[in-house]
Structure formats: structure tokens, C-alpha cells
Design a protein around this ligand. Sequence first.
Ligand code: SF4
Length: 322
Amino acid sequence: MTITPPLMELRNVSRDFLIKAGLFGQKKILRAVRSVSIDIEKGDVLALVGESGCGKTTLARMLMNVLEPTSGDILYQGKPNKDRSAADRSRKLQAVFQDPYSSLNPRKTIGSIVSLPLWIHGDLASAAIRSETLKIMDKVGLPARVYDNYPNQLSGGQRQRVAIARALILKPEIIICDEPTSALDVSVQSQILNLLIDMKHEFNLTYVLISHNLGVVEHLANKVAVMYLGRIVEMAACEELFSSPRHPYTKALLASIMAPDPDLDIPDVDLGVAFPNAMNPPVGCAFHPRCNQKMPICTIEQPSKVLQQERTLECHLFGNGR
Ligand code: SF4
């Protein structure tokens, strides 16, 4: 029996940065992502959540091959991602970013922005490129009349539709959605979310979603990885994680959205102690200074990963068969 490998697989992926502290300061290592292992299956919507500085953007940049892991492997359909050609990678994986205005060239027309990937890949004649561009614009709800417009002539929601059309035009398999709605007015956020859902079904897509907004995550994701100081501390099916969070940090994150005016954001998880300095992380479990369930071992030893009913956890509360 042949076992199909996951669409994308991260195996013990870590990424360090060498940071100089001050003008003449010593160089220090920032461990932005540490020993992350995830399987991304076809059709998944994997959400990466956590406070700013938790490593989710670095992780996404490694998936996009913009950054190389310091150690560990990223596999695409069982083969090393780094061995694939740049053209193949961009065919299979595209991204939609937070701010559609800054991610679109203001001097290019909508038609040329959306069609650019087709020109780069050079498989089609110009008439076919125009026709494909108009087709994908129609799919994402952009009228043909904006083909010759510039980004500043469009609303924020329309600009995000342009970014989505550009990401879709090569018919990729995976789209990294980096805070896809957070720069938009609340009134258009749900339209863009629904568009992402529709496009997922229409094109059989897989998403990696980075979001501060747990409402967006709950709406879109089927799998959630909660990150804290570069590590995945809990990963589970979305419904399971929201209905019964187990890791103390996940509980704190979810509690932060129960506030009277939550807006379902994670601006600052109120744990009485600030998010630690990533250059100087606490010894043992990095969450221990903020954890209300910490035990003596937590200040000494990094918890190892345990698997409990399809859920992974890194916490001493769940080790040794507990
Ligand atoms: Fe809290 Fe200890 Fe678990 Fe860390 S390992 S989350 S400090 S209980």
C-alpha cells in the first residue's frame, strides 16, 4: 500500500537569527522558531496563532522559502522544498498579505498586477493571459471595468480581492494568508473571509492562516497551532481546541477573547507578566513566568512534546501519561 505524504511537512524546523544588541553590542542568537513539526494535509486550513513575536511569521516565511531553516526539513509532497525550482514553488504556493495597498504596485494597473505571474511563467500568449485574468477577476468579484484602474482607485476590500486574484491565477495548491482581513474595515472583513472560503472550495486549496483574530481562525481553520516563543505549545483540530483548550497558554489566549469588548483579538494577553524578551527566554518552560499552574520542574526543564488523542502538547502537566 502506498502512503501519500502530507502536502507539506515540517520536521523539527528551527530558525535562529544573529542579532547585534546596540552599536558595539555583542551578537546574540534569537531563536525565532524552535523544533516545529507539522503535517499540512491537502485541504487543511492550518491556523498559526499567538502573540506578536511568537514566531508565526518566521515560520510562514520558511514555508514560502523566503527564509531557510537553520535546522530541520521542510518537505513538499515528500520531497525537500529547497530542491524544487523557484518557478515550481511559486506555481504551487502563493501568499496574500495583510495590507493590500502596500502589497500592490501603485503604478501598475489591476490587469497587469493580476496577470504578472502568468507573464513571468510565460506559458500563454497575451490574448490568453488577458482572458485568464478577466476570468479570475470575475471569480473574486472584481468587475472587468477595473482592469485598467490603479490600486488607489479601488476600495480596501477590492484591493484585497486583487491580491487574492493575483495569488490564484497560477492555480496554486497552498496559499499563505497572512492576516488577510486585519487591515480592512469590519464591514468588508466577512466578505473577504467568505471569498477565501468560496475560493478554497472552488480551487481545492490548502491555506496556512496567520491571524491575531481568533474569530477569523474559528471561522476558517480546521487545525490550529498555538505558538509561544517559537514553539508550538498546543496543536489540535480547531473545534477541539476552542471547546476544550488544555495548555495553560491556550486557555489564557481564549480567555482574552471573553473580555467585554473582545473584538476577538490577541493584542496583549493579560497574564499579569509581560511577554518575555525573546533574546533572553526563561529557562525551562518559556511560559512559566506567566503560568498559573507552574510546578517546580517548569522552571528547570523544557517540556517535551506529547500526543494526546490527536492533539500535541508541550507542557509538564501532560507528560508521563497524565
Ligand atoms: Fe505552565 Fe509548567 Fe505547563 Fe509551562 S510546563 S505551561 S509552566 S504547567
